[in-house]
Every structure is written in structure tokens, then in C-alpha cells.
Design a protein around this ligand. Structure first.
Ligand SMILES: *Cc1c(COP(=O)(O)O)cnc(C)c1O
Length: 380
């Protein structure tokens, strides 16, 4: 007889070859493009993979979108043991039936990093990506047509371990749902006012700021609500006695300014553990370095640097970067009782700065296949 160890069908990785598909027999009604609200509706199918300490990864399955039945003792409900990702599928601009993903391997790597931080198991990125690609091919009719429209893909992982104790999870569920979405700012671009409030901290050294774990977002909602009540779109998150800038809302923060020596610089905070390593951040930095037209830096910047640049007329633009909106220009920062205005686009008044617009256009061209790039992956 085999020892018990060998009798178990333990699987250390997700096996895309074992993917099963059950298609819905009652497709949902699709909203017209103009009715799409970001994250407000979901598509017809869900991809699910369960993991347990005993069996490892089970076979992945795609099935009709449905509710879960989860034990109320599951640790996701008590200790926030969950993490997520955000990525998009785009229709190719010249051949509408072709589907593209944008640097999806980075989302897989980041999900693994978030999962490691929660003491969850890891998975092999390309293999799970194959399952996601199959889901997206099945949901092809759900990818809205038109510039700026896409299918938002939301991989999520939760602990389903039914144990009321703070301990590593022995049971998790990884799943993927999809939301048809339009351009983040449907009626033209919108520049935002940020509130820089040193009393609120999003992330700290040794914490979880560099991962997409649910807890990071739970603690941001109350400060965001308070900022919104005062007329600010988002918090500019600060850290430390020098009020170092970390992120703007749930986007990576960039400043484009003239240094005191007159040189132009695009600068964003470094990946010191408090910053989420955005796919858009990394793409903006790569493009700027390829262009080679100004300095590109990842370094610590504090509020004094920002307010000095504004007061001395050296601030050219500020913007946030992230998958959902791609780039969002900042028109002012409220700090220590003072409103600091930032130039947006005094000439065309499009509510997006010229450099932010250039990143937006370049990234859209790649995402929709108008510009050839290894960052865009055809999946059908
Ligand atoms: C997701 C996220 C970003 C942006 O990451 P992208 O990969 O560019 O979408 C930036 N900051 C925070 C805090 C985030 O959660």
C-alpha cells in the first residue's frame, strides 16, 4: 500500500488543462454603453479555483455567475483575509473580434505577492492566466465596443477557512468576475482636487501598502468620505514627520516640474514598501524613459517640495496613474489650510494636462492595438 502522502492528489499549482466550462443557459441583459457605470454590473460567468491545505489547488472551473455559500466563520469575514487585482480586456481597434490584454503577467505576479503577504499559497502565473483568457474569450460578447470601453477583470482571493481564530488559512477561494466598463470619466476628462491630510496614514514601512490586500482599501473609505464631504475627490496620502507623498487616492502619484536648476523632471515616490507597484506606474516610467525628453526619477518627495514648486511657479503638472482611469490630472492640493493650485491645461481646457494626455493617448494606442507593443497580448 502507498503511504498516505502519495495517495493524496495534492496539486501545488493551478492546472489550466483541468479547466471545466459550464455555460449559462440564461444570459443576462447587457446595458447599452451609455448606461455602464464603473463596476456596477457583471458578466455571465465566473472563474473559480479552490485551494485547501490537504489537496492543494483543485481543478479550475468556469460556470454561470452565481452567489457563493460560505461558512459565516470563514476568516475573510473576520480578519479581512482577501486580496484582489484589476486588469482590462480590450477589443482590437482594427479588428473588433480580436481581444487584447495589457501586461497581464504583472497582475499575476502582484496577486502572488499579495497572497504571500496573507500567508496564502502561490500559483503559477501563466497557468492561471490561461484560465482567465478562456473566461475572457467566453465573455467576448460582454466587451463593449468603442474607444475607452473595455471589460474590467477582477481576480479576487478570499479565505473560506471556517475557523474563528487568527491563524493562517487552510482553505481559500480564488475567483474572477468581469464588469463591462466605459471610460472612467464618461463626459470628458475631470481634474481632481486632493486633500493632503497628515492625520491619515494609508501605509507604513513593514505594512501592506505594496500589496492589493482588502484591508488597505477598507481603512481608506472613511477618510475618503470625509474628504468628499469637504469637496475633495481623494486624499493625497502622506507619511512621516516630513509629510512624504505616498499615493493619491488609489492611484500612483506623479509630479512633473522644473527643478530649482531649471531642468524638467517627472517624479514619483520610490517602491519602498508603502507604494503599490502599479502596472500603469511602471508603464508611464518606461515610456518617459524611452522618450528621454526630461529627467525621470523614483525618489522621496515631501509636501515642502510640492508647495515650494507651486509657489515658485515650477510645477508643470500633477497626475495619478492606475488601470481604471489610466491618468487623472490634479488641479489643486489642499494642505495645512491652504489651497495650492496646479496647472492643468490652460490652453485647451480639457481638464487633463498635456503630459498626462500624452501618456493617456500612448497607453490607449497600445491597449487597443493601434501601436505595436510587446505589452499588449492578443488572446484569440
Ligand atoms: C491598484 C492600485 C494602483 C494602480 O495600479 P495599476 O496596476 O496601475 O492599476 C495604485 N495604487 C493603489 C493603492 C492601487 O490599489
Amino acid at each position: 500500500m502507498l503511504p498516505k502522502l502519495f495517495a493524496r492528489r495534492f496539486s501545488a499549482s493551478i492546472d489550466a488543462n483541468k479547466l471545466t466550462v459550464l455555460r449559462t443557459t440564461s444570459p443576462k441583459l447587457k446595458l447599452p454603453n451609455e448606461k455602464l457605470v464603473f463596476g456596477g454590473s457583471t458578466s455571465d460567468h465566473i472563474l473559480e479555483v479552490d485551494w485547501s491545505e490537504e489537496n492543494g489547488w483543485e481543478a479550475p472551473s468556469i460556470k454561470p455567475y452565481q452567489k457563493f455559500s460560505i461558512d459565516p466563520a470563514a476568516s475573510v469575514f473576520h480578519y479581512g483575509l482577501c486580496a484582489f487585482e484589476g486588469m482590462k480586456a480590450y477589443r482590437d481597434a482594427s479588428n473588433n473580434s480580436k481581444i487584447r490584454l495589457f501586461r497581464p503577467e504583472l497582475n499575476m505576479a502582484r496577486l502572488n505577492k499579495s497572497m504571500a503577504r496573507l500567508a496564502f499559497p502561490n500559483f503559477e502565473g501563466e497557468s492561471f492566466l490561461k484560465c482567465i483568457e478562456e473566461l475572457v474569450r467566453i465573455e467576448e460578447p460582454w466587451i463593449p465596443k468603442g474607444e475607452g470601453f473595455s471589460l474590467y477583470i477582477r481576480p479576487t482571493v478570499i479565505s473560506t477557512y471556517p475557523y474563528v481564530g487568527v491563524t493562517p488559512s487552510k482553505q481559500i477561494k480564488l475567483y474572477v468576475i468581469c464588469c463591462p466598463v466605459g471610460p472612467y470619466y464618461a463626459s470628458g476628462f475631470k481634474a481632481v482636487k486632493l486633500l493632503a491630510d497628515p492625520a491619515r496614514i494609508r501605509a507604513w514601512p513593514g505594512g501592506t501598502g505594496n500589496t492589493k490586500v482588502g484591508a488597505n482599501y477598507a481603512i481608506g473609505i472613511m477618510p475618503q468620505k470625509a474628504a468628499a464631504a469637504k469637496g475633495f475627490a481623494q486624499l493625497l496620502w502622506l507619511f512621516g514627520p516630513n509629510h512624504e507623498i505616498t499615493e493619491g487616492g488609489t492611484m500612483n502619484q506623479f509630479f512633473f516640474w522644473r527643478l530649482p536648476n531649471g531642468k524638467k523632471e517627472l517624479v514619483t515616490p520610490p517602491l519602498d514598501g508603502t507604494i503599490l507597484e502599479g502596472v500603469t506606474r511602471s508603464s508611464v516610467l518606461s515610456l518617459a524613459r524611452q522618450w528621454g525628453e526630461f529627467e525621470v526619477s523614483e525618489r522621496i518627495i515631501n509636501m515642502n517640495d510640492v508647495t515650494s514648486a507651486i509657489k515658485e511657479g515650477r510645477m508643470l503638472e500633477a497626475f495619478g496613474a492606475g488601470t481604471a482611469a489610466i491618468v487623472t490630472s490634479v488641479e489643486s492640493i489642499h494642505y495645512d489650510g491652504v489651497d495650492y493650485p496646479i496647472p492643468v491645461d490652460p490652453i485647451s481646457k480639457q481638464n487633463i494636462g498635456p503630459l498626462a494626455k500624452r501618456f493617456m493617448d500612448t497607453l490607449l494606442d497600445i491597449q487597443y492595438g493601434r501601436a505595436a507593443s510587446p505589452w499588449s497580448r492578443l488572446i484569440n
